[in-house]
Every structure is written in C-alpha cells, then in structure tokens.
Design a protein around this ligand. Sequence first.
Ligand code: BDR
Ligand code: CA
Length: 312
Amino acid sequence: HRSIVIDTDTASDDAVAILQAVLHPDIEVRAVTTVAGNVPLETATRNALLTLELGGAPQVPVHPGCAKPLLRALETAQHVHGEDGMSGAPLASPVTLPQSEHAVEALLRLGREEPGVHELVTLGPLTNVATALLIDPDLLTRFTRVTMMIGAADARGNIAPTGEFNAWADPEAAGIVFAAPGDKHMVGWDASRKYAVITDEDEAELRATGTFGEFLADINRAVRDWGRDVTGIDGYDLPDPLAMAVAIDPSIVEASETAHVAVSTDEATRGQTYADHRLPRRTPNLTIVTAVQADALKRQLMWLFAREFEAV
Ligand code: BDR
Ligand code: CA
C-alpha cells in the first residue's frame, strides 16, 4: 500500500479529491490536515470529517491547522463554493471528532517518525506546510513526493488577475514551500482548466455511478452555477481532483518541466507563480505539470466510484 497525507482547505472539490484517495484500493490515507482557505478552518475540518465518513474511512485522523494565512487576513471563496463550502447540499453531520494535535505538529511528527514512507498532497493554501518548514526546513524531503494544487503556469488567475486562489491566499507560505528542498510537483489552475472540466454530460455519467457521483454533483452545484452565470464556461473544473489524480497515477502526465518557480507577494500580481527560464538555468525547485491525458481524471473518477458502488 502507498500512503498519502492530505493537506486541505476542504470545500467542494477538495472533498472529491479526498474520496479519490480513500476509495483507491492501493492507497492508505495516513492523515488529513486542514487549513483555512476556501472556507474557514472549522468548516474545512467538518467537511473533511464528513467526507471521510462517507468514503468509509472514519478512522483517518483529521488534524485542524492554521486558521489564517501567515501574514494576511483570511479571505475565503465562499461566494464560489457556498457558505458551507459544499453548495448547501444536505449532508449528514460528522460523528467523528478531529484530533487535538495541531496539523503542523502532525506533519512534523509524521516526517520525523515515519520518514520516506508517505507522499504529501496539498489542496489548499500552504500555511500549515510553511509553518512546519520553519521548524524543520527539510520536512518535504521526508515525504517521498509532494504534489500541490497551486498556481497557474500561464499566469491566468481566478481570484486575482494573475493569482490562483491557493497561491494568492497565502503567497508568503507558498514562497517558503517552493524554496524548500523536496520532490515537488505543481499542478496549476491552467492544467485544471484544460484537463479537469466536468460538462453536464460528464456529471450525468458520474451521478449514475451512485452515492459518490451524486455527492460530487451535489457539493459542486455552487461552483457549477458560478461557472455558468459568471465565467460562462460549459461545466466546471475540478482542480484538486486533477492534482490527486496525478498523485495517484503519475503516468497520466503527458508533459512537465522543471524550473525555478517563485510566488509574487506584490499587490498587483499577488499569488502569481512565475518560472525563471533564463540561461544559465537557476537550479530548478519544482516540476510543473503542463499536460495531462485529457480524459484521465474522469476515467479515474468513474472507475473509483463505480468500483465501490459494485462492491457495496
Ligand atoms: C483552488 O481553490 C479552490 O477552488 C480549489 O479547491 C482549489 O484548491 C483552485 O484555485
Ligand atoms: Ca482546495
């Protein structure tokens, strides 16, 4: 079994990514750490707990982490994901409780006590991971691989002109993480817009698989409506599930490049992730995933959801 630790500001698409990991037969989710981002921390923690319960994994420990970015005020995206982050879908309240150990302590402990065992997948602002790095600068090298949904390789933002939400929400934290040693992979919003769009037709197929497909559709309704009414795209994209799909199966990556990437903390370009392609090359600090098999995410979701449905 492979083992994954997930750091998440659990709202609608994070929940789908958590499901992908817990439903996968070859993967064990070692821990979930929550962080403020799309929704406030308590909301993220609640959503993580209820998603794990729905996915049949209530034993996975959930560690609440940082309630606000390192230096900035928390500005959520509840206008996109709904007040509860789950489109107001009727969901059972979780019965399991979060751990008392803080997310940052949990990340440090897992790195210290179980080095070289777990992969790390980050789906939100990097506040928890950056804070842990201030204490253990080599933390990321203790994970076998780090896959992050963050940034936009084409510098097209979603929350600011060139800022993708996770990078924009806590750009200082993202800068700390990008600069830290480790095998880091960035799956940006550019990839999500190209390879993770769910059309009405896709959604109908996913819904037809049963409980999990219905959950995916119901909790992403606010994002779908936002897409239709505000951004005018046909369907909606699932950034975190694409990052999780890449973490689960790196063979779906069709193109990537290594580069030295930094994050802007300037007001006008806040959260912009920018690669330095000058020659001579600066030592690359991460791998940018630039192309993914077009239907890979949907295939993985259909397989995981239908498989589990048949097993029930
Ligand atoms: C990021 O913000 C949210 O919309 C998603 O959960 C993802 O982590 C995309 O910018
Ligand atoms: Ca997220």
